[in-house]
Design a protein around this ligand. Structure first.
Ligand SMILES: Cc1ncc(COP(=O)(O)O)c(C=O)c1O
Length: 475
């Protein structure tokens, strides 16, 4: 397709989906040419064609605007394509939910990590004691940022086995993925800058943005196909965005995985706008089937992407070991780490080295993936039996989260409070967005064995949902 026609189609889609409203001024020819990487003549040609078809109007010395009565396909888009929030204020509610989930009596479907019975406790404990026995006196210095060299090599080798070439020098070992993500944010943005996230997104991202005083552009994201590319581009065109914090594999909370084509497009777009990509990739080991996941980082040859991951979801969360493949910001990130946590725990880094060299991590992962798929299927089946059609159960391949969309008028926070009284916990949708858009949704952790107690807990949740739906219908 000719380049001008691609631009015409793209702008029509953006107008139809409400990104540009009647009367809005389109980017100038020069700006549009910079954004899209096509020539000024191509942009002019596209704008003129849109004008001849009645989509835009040109005004002397003021450029092109969307025509006043342009026909849009969706009169009311389901959600704003891009929402901008200058003051993030989410921490109180998340803190409340996380505090309540500490009760040991709870059946915690709101938990963010895989069921602890899936961790290879025995092997990790053995690796921990060998690490302690063999710890050299110089260990503190060997494990300063960027972190234990052997561990960085082992991580780089695992990427190489998936066809991703990463130098151990690009890797910085951190306290879990969360430290990696926070350092990445700090390496490319300062208070007051705009950051793009998916809508809905992992609440940890919202908390980090709040803590660092960053402004948020939350971009429309489909539960199955992921972030909407046109909306993403529009966010980049309309705001001076510094970074995008995105998940491409088994996104939390929705569970989708982006196609390789989309991963590549996102990298191209962000590089074109010179916007840093923070790739939050903590679930990529938890795929269903036999094909390993790709990452967005593998399509980036400029060093602009910071790929963050950890052993928290695939081995043991409590070890708190993660990493960032930091590209051109590797040194900046090391400096930031030296100024904040100083270094990642030396004995724990060495435990990982012992575990990865003496135990069969691949076999553990294979068993973990199989168990997760079985357990998720069982929970999904049970939910399908128990819940009415009005509830949309989104349970995708891989990972362990299930996303429930209840009828829009319901508030899942009420359900959260109701089931908590019966020692059942869930992650209400409010945790994953900034403007009440997901208040009718629930994220469930399906990594637990569905024994008698959990089956009962799931049924308590299902009855509470049914009661709310029935109550709403009689009002
Ligand atoms: C999407 C996402 N990123 C990052 C993290 C944090 O990972 P870690 O425990 O390794 O810090 C989580 C944990 O729930 C997560 O779901």
């Amino acid at each position: 397709m000719a380049k001008y026609q691609e631009l015409v189609d793209q702008l029509k889609r953006q107008i139809q989906s409400g990104i540009w409203n009647p009367g809005d001024k389109l980017p100038s020819l020069r700006k549009q040419s910079e954004y899209t990487g096509v020539s000024l003549m191509t942009v002019l040609h596209a704008y003129q064609l849109l004008e001849s078809q009645g989509w835009v109007v040109s005004q002397a010395r003021s450029g092109y605007r969307v025509a006043p009565r342009v026909k849009t396909k969706h009169v009311q888009p389901p959600h704003a394509a891009v929402s901008s929030i200058e003051n993030v204020d989410i921490n109180e509610f998340i803190f409340e939910v996380l505090q309540a989930s500490k009760n040991p009596q709870l059946v915690n479907f709101g938990f963010a990590y895989p069921s602890p019975d899936l961790y290879p406790h025995h092997h990790v404990t053995r690796a921990f004691s060998s690490a302690a026995r063999n710890m050299p006196i110089s260990n503190t210095f060997n494990n300063l940022p960027p972190g234990n060299e052997q561990l960085r090599q082992l991580i780089a080798k695992r990427y190489a086995a998936r066809g991703v070439e990463i130098s151990p020098d690009e890797i910085v070992i951190t306290a879990g993925a969360l430290e990696a993500l926070n350092l990445s944010l700090q390496a490319c943005a300062s208070a007051g800058d705009w950051i793009v996230v998916e809508s809905p997104t992992f609440y940890g991202a919202l908390q980090s943005l709040q803590r660092l005083g960053l402004k948020v552009l939350s971009v429309r994201t489909d539960p199955v196909t992921g972030i909407d590319i046109d909306s993403l581009e529009s966010a980049l065109q309309t705001h001076p965005v510094k970074a995008c914090w995105l998940m491409s594999n088994h996104q939390n909370p929705l569970g989708f995985t982006l196609t390789d084509e989309k991963k590549q497009r996102i990298v191209e777009i962000l590089n074109r706008y010179n916007v840093a990509l923070i790739e939050d990739d903590v679930y990529s080991e938890l795929y269903a089937g036999s094909e390993p996941m790709t990452s967005m980082k593998m399509y980036d040859h400029t060093g602009n992407t910071m790929l963050c991951s950890s052993f928290s979801k695939s081995l043991i969360a409590g070890l708190r070991i993660g990493w960032v493949v930091a590209g051109k910001r590797a040194l900046d990130i090391q400096k930031l780490q030296l100024m904040s946590t100083f270094a990642t725990s030396a004995p724990i880094q060495m435990t990982l080295v012992h575990y990865l060299t003496s135990r069969n991590y691949e076999l553990h992962l294979k068993q973990l993936r199989k168990k997760l798929a079985e357990r998720k299927n069982k929970v999904t089946e049970r939910l399908r039996e128990q819940l009415p059609q009005a509830v949309n159960i989104i349970s995708q391949k891989g990972g362990y989260f299930i996303w429930l969309e209840l009828p829009k008028q319901l508030d899942a926070t009420d359900i959260y409070h109701a089931v908590l009284k019966e020692n059942v916990s869930i992650a209400p949708g409010k945790m994953f967005g900034l403007n009440d858009q997901y208040n009718h949704c629930i994220r469930l952790n399906a990594s637990f064995e569905l024994d008698h107690q959990r089956m009962r807990a799931l049924d308590i949740l299902a009855s509470s949902i049914v009661m709310q739906i029935n109550g709403a219908q009689t009002q």
